[in-house]
Design a protein. Structure first.
Ligand SMILES: *Cc1c(COP(=O)(O)O)cnc(C)c1O
Length: 366
């Protein structure tokens, strides 16, 4: 069998969720498991968390339905609400919660007769300028929903554009808008994503919405005492499948991007962009071989990548290679660091691991 496997540590997932709760003890935290739990497998992650969490958050009704058909019974919030009015029947049938960000969604909801009132999170655009009602429109929409028979547990929801940044002026501007609205409407709030959960206690509301931190990635520009305790959930591991010695001046891979400047040992690893490993990884992108750091040498291919193991004397065919996450011996290569070398963020690397990479779970039983 091909040795590339995404190992998913569900104990680490639970540990990280508890850290999110520890950061915001006055809030309830929904576990955001959209996009197949950021590539980790939504159903397995939901099963691992279900005893601890009050609710889950996903991006669409398809994602919510597959959790229900997998046996998940906790509330599930649709972060972007419905995509068409006919989804309300399924929302009602399965007890989903909805966000409402557009007038047509309000109209559809108020024209619908659910069997029981639907919990609704009214989305306000406080500065992200993506989804939601403007702060000027929001009070009138709130008044239409708050006493409607179709609606229960109405909350104000918003999303931050810069909560990961050290510099807080835009965050504070969004926060000021939200505070004013919350006071005016006496509205319970759901605001904080992972970075706001970790770094901005003023944003902690009745609910928070941590996502990426649950998977062990640090979203903050500056690590803090809590982010240092996050544990990687996905460890993407493969093996060396071939080794060769190169003389000074010999090149490796497509286009010959990497060239030996000393007599070098190059190892071929079974992992490539056809698995979701980012082809933008530059020479020097770190990997772990037998727990020791070395680096990518040459362009990533579809099924393979090449690394310089000149300084890893015990590198052999079958040696463990960690692309990110933890080695079997416990050494960690953070997905955030790998993402920097790929000029991207951990979110794209984790959600980008393709279906042909088997996921192997450990730690499911609580
Ligand atoms: C994805 C998402 C989150 C979680 O964000 P993280 O940065 O992963 O913590 C929270 N709220 C909304 C609306 C989202 O779409």
């Amino acid at each position: 069998m091909r040795p590339l496997v995404a190992h998913i540590d569900l104990d680490a997932l639970r540990h990280n969720y508890r850290l999110a709760c520890h950061c915001a003890p006055q809030s309830r935290s929904v576990a955001v498991i959209k996009a197949d739990a950021y590539g980790h497998g939504a159903l397995m992650c939901a099963r691992a968390l279900e005893a601890d969490v009050p609710a889950f958050a996903v991006a669409s009704i398809e994602e919510a339905l597959s959790l229900r058909s997998g046996g998940i019974t906790k509330p599930i919030i649709l972060l972007e609400g419905i995509f068409s009015a006919d989804e309300l029947a399924l929302v009602d049938q399965h007890g989903f919660w909805v966000s409402v960000h557009s007038e047509w969604q309000v109209a559809a909801l108020l024209a619908f007769s659910p069997r029981q009132p639907i919990p609704v999170w009214l989305k306000v655009d406080s500065g992200m300028h993506r989804l939601g009602f403007s702060p000027e429109e929001a009070p009138a929409v709130w008044q239409r929903l708050v006493n409607a028979p179709q609606v229960t547990a109405l909350h104000l929801m918003s999303h931050f554009a810069t909560a990961d940044a050290r510099e807080g002026s835009y965050f504070n501007q969004q926060m000021a808008i939200l505070k004013k609205l919350a006071e005016l409407l006496n509205a319970p709030l759901c605001l904080a994503n992972s970075p706001a959960t970790l770094a901005w206690p003023t944003a902690h509301g009745d609910w928070n919405r941590p996502g990426i931190m649950l998977y062990g990635s640090d979203p903050l520009e500056d690590a803090n005492a809590i982010t240092q305790q996050l544990r990687p959930v996905m460890s993407l591991r493969s093996e060396i499948i071939a080794l060769r010695e190169l003389a000074v001046g010999e090149q490796v891979g497509y286009g010959g991007r990497w060239r030996a400047e000393r007599p070098s040992t190059i190892a071929v690893v079974a992992a490539g962009y056809g698995d979701g490993y980012d082809r933008h990884a530059v020479d020097g992108t770190p990997v772990l071989v037998n727990g020791k750091r070395c680096a990518i040498a040459g362009k990533v291919s579809m099924d393979m990548l090449t690394i310089d193991v000149t300084e890893i004397p015990d590198a052999a065919i079958g040696s463990e290679v960690v692309l990110w996450g933890a080695s079997r011996g416990g050494e960690v290569l953070s997905v955030d660091e790998v993402a920097q070398y790929c000029d991207t963020i951990s979110y794209t690397l984790l959600t980008g691991v393709l279906p042909r990479v088997p996921r192997r779970y450990q730690g499911l039983c609580v």
